[in-house]
Design a protein around this ligand. Structure first.
Ligand code: COA
Length: 387
C-alpha cells in the first residue's frame, strides 16, 4: 500500500531536491561548491569567518563599516548564561563526550536569547566548545577576549594564549570552508524543525544531534589515525593495501555527492600546506601527501571507474591537528563552522514558512483485528517478547 500520491519511495532521499536555497550550491559531478555565489576556493582562503556569516545571512559581503559593526555585535554575544556554565561543569565531571556536551548546553541557550537568536548561537558555539574542552581537562575556562575576532578568540580560549596570524588564517579558512554544504543531513534537520514554526535553538540542537553521527561529521579523527598508523611513507602501500584487502574503507576518501575531487579538499590542503610550512610539523604534512597519493592509486585499482577521490575530512584532520586541536575537537569545531550555515538556513526557512512534511510508504501488516489479550496467540518459541 503506498502513500496514495503516486510518488515513489527513494531510500535516503537520494537525488530528491528538498529545498530551494541561495545559501550554498553543490555540483557533485563538476566538483563545485558555491557559497552565496562565491566559489569556495575564492572565498574561504580570504574572508574572515565574520564575513562568511554575514554573507550567508545577508547574501552580500559587508562593507568595512558593516563588517566592523557585525564583528562587534558577534563578539558582544559570547557570554554564556550561568546555568550553561554550571551544566558544562557537571558534564565535565561525568566525562560526557564533547558533542553530547555541546548538544546539551546549546539547549540551555534558550535561557538568554536576544532578538537575534541566530547570532547568539553562532557567537556562543566556540565559547561552549572551548570552555568544555578545558573543563574536561580539569582547567578553568579562559574568558573570551572581545578584542579578538571570532576564530582568533576560539583558539585563544582553547590555548589560553593569543594565537599567531598563521593559525588564525588557517582556522578562518577551515570554518569558512565548512560553513555550509547544500542539503546535508544536519541542515535538513534544522530546516524541518524551523518549518514547524519552532524556534532556532531547537533547530540547531537537532542539527548538532545529526552532525554527531559518524556518517556525517565524524570521519576526520579516523582519517588522521591512518596517517599516524602508517607512520612513514614507505609503509603506506602495505598498510592501505591490507585495509582494502580486509574490506575496510579508507577514511577521508569517497563521497556520496562528489564524483570528482571534493573542492573543499583543495582549499584545506592549500591551507594545511601554508600552516605546516610556518607553524607545524612539516614532516607530517609530507607524509600525509604520500598517504593521499598512495590511497588514490590503490582506490583506483580497487574500484576502477568509481573515481574515489580525497574528501574534505582528510585535510580537515591534517589542518586541525596542525592547529594543535586533538581529535575529540574535530567534530565540535566542524559545528562551530556549520552553525553559520544552519542559522542562515533557519532564517531562509522561516521566511519561506512552509511546513516540510513528506510522506511514507506503509509496508506493515494489513487487516489485523483486535482481540482481548487472553485470546491472543502466545508468541512463537524463540520470538522475543517486547521488554
Ligand atoms: N575506501 C574503500 N572503498 C570505498 C571507499 C573508501 N573510502 N568509499 C567507497 N568505497 C567503495 C564502497 O565500498 C563501494 O564498494 P561496493 O560497491 O563493493 O560496496 C564503492 O566504493 C562505491 O561506494 P559509493 O556508493 O561511492 O559510497 P557511498 O556513497 O555509499 O559512501 C562514503 C560515501 C563517504 C560514506 C564512503 O565513500 C566512505 O565510507 N568513505 C570513507 C569515510 C569518509 O571519509 N567519510 C567522510 C565523508 S565526507
Amino acid at each position: 500500500m503506498g502513500g496514495g500520491s503516486g510518488v515513489s519511495f527513494v531510500a535516503g532521499l537520494e537525488g530528491v531536491v528538498a529545498a530551494r536555497t541561495r545559501i550554498s550550491g553543490v555540483d557533485g559531478e563538476a566538483g563545485v561548491l558555491t557559497l552565496a555565489g562565491f566559489p569556495v576556493e575564492e572565498l574561504a582562503g580570504r574572508a574572515t569567518f565574520e564575513e562568511v556569516v554575514y554573507l550567508l545571512r545577508h547574501d552580500a559581503l559587508p562593507d568595512a563599516g558593516e563588517l566592523a559593526a557585525f564583528r562587534t555585535a558577534l563578539a558582544g554575544r559570547r557570554g554564556l548564561p550561568a546555568a550553561t556554565v554550571d551544566l558544562l561543569r557537571a558534564a565535565a565531571d561525568s566525562g560526557i563526550p564533547e558533542m553530547d556536551a555541546l548538544r546539551m548546553t546549546a539547549d540551555t541557550l534558550s535561557l538568554d536569547v536576544s532578538e537575534d537568536p541566530a547570532l547568539d548561537l553562532v557567537a556562543r558555539f566556540p565559547v561552549i566548545v572551548a570552555a568544555y574542552h578545558r573543563l574536561l581537562r580539569g582547567e578553568e575556562p579562559v574568558p573570551s577576549d572581545p578584542g579578538l575576532g571570532h576564530a582568533a578568540n576560539y583558539l585563544y580560549m582553547l590555548r589560553g594564549e593569543a594565537p599567531g596570524e598563521g593559525s588564525v588564517r588557517a582556522l578562518e579558512t577551515y570554518l569558512g570552508t565548512v560553513s555550509d554544504h547544500g542539503m546535508n543531513a544536519s541542515t535538513f534537520a534544522a530546516r524541518v524543525i524551523v518549518a514547524t514554526r519552532s524556534d532556532f535553538v531547537s533547530a540547531v540542537v537537532g542539527a548538532v544531534g545529526a552532525l554527531k553521527g559518524p556518517l556525517h561529521g565524524g570521519a576526520p579523527g579516523p582519517a588522521l589515525d591512518v596517517v599516524f598508523e602508517i607512520g612513514a611513507a614507505g609503509n603506506a602501500e602495505t598498510v592501505l593495501r591490507e585495509k582494502l584487502r580486509r574490506g575496510e574503507r579508507l577514511m577521508g576518501f569517497g563521497h556520496r555527492i562528489y564524483r570528482v575531487r571534493d573542492p573543499r579538499a583543495d582549499v584545506l590542503a592549500a591551507a594545511a600546506e601554508r600552516l605546516y610550512a610556518s607553524d607545524a610539523d612539516g614532516d607530517l604534512y609530507e607524509l600525509a601527501l604520500e598517504v593521499e597519493e598512495t590511497a588514490l592509486r590503490l582506490l583506483a585499482e580497487h574500484r576502477p571507474g568509481r573515481n574515489l577521490q580525497t574528501n574534505v575530512e582528510f585535510y580537515t584532520a591534517l589542518l586541525l591537528h596542525g592547529l594543535g586541536l586533538p581529535a575529540e575537537l574535530f567534530t565540535p569545531t566542524f559545528a562551530v563552522g556549520r552553525v553559520a550555515g544552519w542559522t542562515a538556513h533557519c532564517i531562509e526557512q522561516q521566511a519561506e514558512d512552509r511546513l516540510i512534511r513528506p510522506q511514507s510508504e506503509y509496508v506493515g501488516a494489513e487487516d489485523r483485528r483486535w482481540v482481548p489479550p487472553e485470546e491472543r496467540p502466545s508468541p512463537r518459541s524463540g520470538e522475543a517478547l517486547p521488554g
